[in-house]
Design a protein around this ligand. Structure first.
Ligand SMILES: [Zn+2]
Length: 310
């Protein structure tokens, strides 16, 4: 599942590539992927053909002003009083193609980051929404699992979007100070949960999932299983510091291509090379040589070095 650095990578690329482009037509192959209005889009929703038709007609001749991010939600701002909110969930992908890009790739992409993944010609059976722009360029939205969504809201409805209201602070925001982090930890309603679980709670802080919580805790030298109440102030300082450092490094490396995450030109993010513990269970710690262990934590797996992390 893409986390903050992966979503930021996509947002930065789309903002650069789509700014000032005008939508000519939109094709929706899977009506359940799209919605209109501020209501919550459930993972178990049904297809609504009428809503898909409305989605298409609202987007016609809309010009893209910018593409931004809040937590893991992409926000496409249009020249009209509309915005499109996109959540990639588990396996959502955007691929942008103009003439130059098609000449390089022949329209084929490796949509899974596995050595033997086949080259797939787009649109594929997993391409659910296609945006055609007036200059001939195309944006494909692929999603194997179909949990992602694209939702259109009016500018005056944005304040009613529940996802946006519930997100915790942006970890890389200037306003996210140590005091704010520290106060949130101390006031958290349950201190019996593990620190990894707390970091992954989007209400505590936005955009941190399985990959980066593991990496942050490795650098901070704290085991993922430690209960929040047991963590010393000095350790909290380290965790806070490494939240910022790990996420910034991951954005610089264009994210971690784990599973389905690929960039908008089909290339892969490089952050995986810098993973110390995530996905490395059974391998040697890069710092001390001890074998990395993993532990089940509320349905997720946490990986850690039993020597480096206390
Ligand atoms: Zn170690």
């Amino acid at each position: 599942m893409p986390e903050l650095p992966e979503v930021q990578t996509i947002v930065s690329e789309l903002n650069r590539k789509l700014k000032n482009k005008t939508i000519k037509t939109v094709i929706v192959n899977a009506p359940k992927m799209v919605a209109v209005g501020p209501g919550t889009v459930s993972n178990f929703r049904k297809a609504d053909k009428r809503s898909a038709d409305k989605f298409i007609s609202l987007l016609k001749v809309q010009k893209i002003v910018s593409v931004k991010r809040r937590a893991k939600l992409l926000i496409f701002d249009f020249s009209g009083p509309l915005a499109m909110l996109v959540h990639l969930k588990m396996t959502g992908q955007f691929i942008f193609e103009d003439k130059k890009q098609r000449a390089i790739t022949g329209g084929k992409y490796r949509l899974l980051n596995k050595p033997n993944a086949p080259l797939t010609l787009l649109p594929s059976k997993h391409t659910h929404v296609i945006f055609y722009f007036t200059d001939g360029s195309i944006l494909y939205f692929n999603d194997v699992r179909k949990f992602g969504y694209l939702k259109i809201v009016r500018d005056d409805e944005i304040d009613q979007v529940k996802e946006l209201l519930e997100y915790g602070p942006e970890p890389l925001g200037k306003k996210y100070s140590f005091i704010q982090f520290f106060t949130a930890v101390k006031n958290w309603n349950s201190k019996k949960i593990g620190i990894k679980q707390l970091l992954m709670d989007p209400k505590f802080v936005a955009g941190i999932g399985n990959i980066y919580s593991d990496e942050i805790l490795f650098h901070a030298k704290v085991r993922p299983t430690r209960k929040v109440a047991s963590i010393k102030n000095q350790e909290l300082r380290k965790i806070y510091r490494w939240i910022k450092l790990v996420l910034m490094q991951a954005i610089k490396a264009k994210g971690s291509s784990v599973g389905d995450f690929i960039r908008t030109d089909g290339s892969v993010g490089q952050m995986g090379k810098f993973h110390f513990v995530y996905g490395r269970s059974g391998q040697k710690c890069k710092k001390c040589g001890t074998i990395i262990e993993s532990v089940k934590l509320g349905g997720r797996t946490g990986s850690f070095c039993p020597n480096c992390q206390k």
